[in-house]
Design a protein around this ligand. Structure first.
Ligand code: HEM
Length: 322
């Protein structure tokens, strides 16, 4: 008879061993023999799309984040279905780049049918897109497989809100194995891309019962935002980093956070905690370690809850399970 405490230890050991194996199964050379041209085909296709429309790059980056935070990086965000993740509050009418992923998948299937997962395509595309808009390179561990379940409810529960405070953000990230440095580094991608005026309504016009506009916003910046996003406008898109006329990949986000010029409460909250503040300040320095920190955090994010080995499947089309 094994005592209960020993069973616990044995159970914990097994859980850790399984986690270690699935992590070990991701490898930068995973497709070297199975589909040597696969990763290059992803890069080539991303390049073609971004040459036509540079704003797709932030869309692809965000797609990967929203995939990984719900059921792990298993391409569940791509699956169709009215109760699926695409319909979650943070995704609906907001996530972009699905057509790019479908096109990449078709092109990769043409050279290696049934080999390269949609989850790996999302991960590679996020890196390739970042590179094409001026980010630095990082090596992408590969070998993820695709899930077969997508859930709107799980997306609603797992994707942090733009209104989240620091503790909520820290908990959301730590529940995925990411720390405060990862949270701050990854949030730096808010240096590119677009947000909807709908997201800004609360901060600009309904902060609380007595104060209309969030006092954390720089007052000149709040006026600029009010000009761009009128009360009741839920659709106009504005640039995430309004301090520059053309989007560039840089550490400017951290200066915006410090100056009350970042768009969301979740951005502003990064400076409201001493641990968050110290990371913001270090990434704000010039020259900034942002690119290195970002790449390392993306690799960590890309390992969340991955399916490997014989788990899941390799979808033939990314929007439906086989
Ligand atoms: C920390 C919690 C985060 C919150 C609350 C948050 C929230 C948001 C919101 C509300 C938008 C605007 C969406 C819209 O109005 O359509 C947005 C855009 C964006 N987010 Fe985040 N985000 C977070 C973290 C991240 C992370 C970790 C990444 C990537 C690694 C990321 C990448 C982006 C990008 C690239 C855009 C622009 C998307 C586009 O142009 O289509 N965000 N985010």
């Amino acid at each position: 008879m094994v005592p209960t405490s020993s069973k616990w230890v044995l159970g914990l050991f097994l859980v850790l061993a399984v986690a270690a194996v699935s992590e070990a199964q991701l490898s930068e050379t995973f497709y070297r023999l199975k589909c040597p041209g696969g990763p290059a085909k992803v890069a080539e296709t991303v390049k073609t799309w971004i040459a036509r429309d540079k704003t797709l790059a932030p869309g692809l980056l965000r797609l990967h984040f929203h995939d990984c935070f719900v059921r792990g990086c298993d391409a569940s965000v791509l699956l169709d279905g009215s109760n699926g993740e695409k319909f979650a509050a943070g995704n609906k009418n907001s996530l972009r780049g699905f057509n790019v992923i479908d096109d990449i998948k078709a092109k990769v299937e043409a050279i290696c049918p049934g080999v390269v997962s949609c989850a790996d395509i999302l991960t590679l595309a996020a890196r390739d897109a970042t590179l094409l808009i001026g980010g630095s390179n990082w090596s992408v561990p590969l070998g993820r497989r695709d899930g077969i379940v997508t859930s709107k409810a799980e997306a609603d529960a797992n994707l942090p809100s733009f209104n989240a405070n620091f503790a909520t953000l820290r908990n959301a990230f730590s529940s995925k194995g990411l720390n405060v440095s990862d949270l701050v580094a990854l949030s730096g991608s808010h240096t590119v891309g677009f947000a909807s005026c709908g997201v800004m309504q609360g901060r600009l016009y309904g902060f609380n019962s007595t104060v209309k506009t969030d006092p954390a916003l720089n007052s000149t910046f709040a006026s600029t935002l009010k000009n761009l996003c009128k009360q009741g406008d839920f659709t106009t898109l504005i640039k995430m980093d309004l301090s520059k006329s053309v989007d560039t990949w840089d550490a400017n986000y951290y200066s915006n956070v410090m100056n009350g010029r970042a768009l969301f409460t979740s951005d502003d909250q990064l400076r409201r905690n001493s641990a968050g503040l110290s990371v913001v300040q270090s990434l704000r320095k010039s020259p900034s370690p942002f690119n290195r920190a970002f790449g390392a955090a993306m690799v960590k994010m890309g390992r969340i809850g991955v399916l490997t080995g014989t788990s899941g499947q390799i979808r033939k089309k990314c929007n439906v399970k086989n």
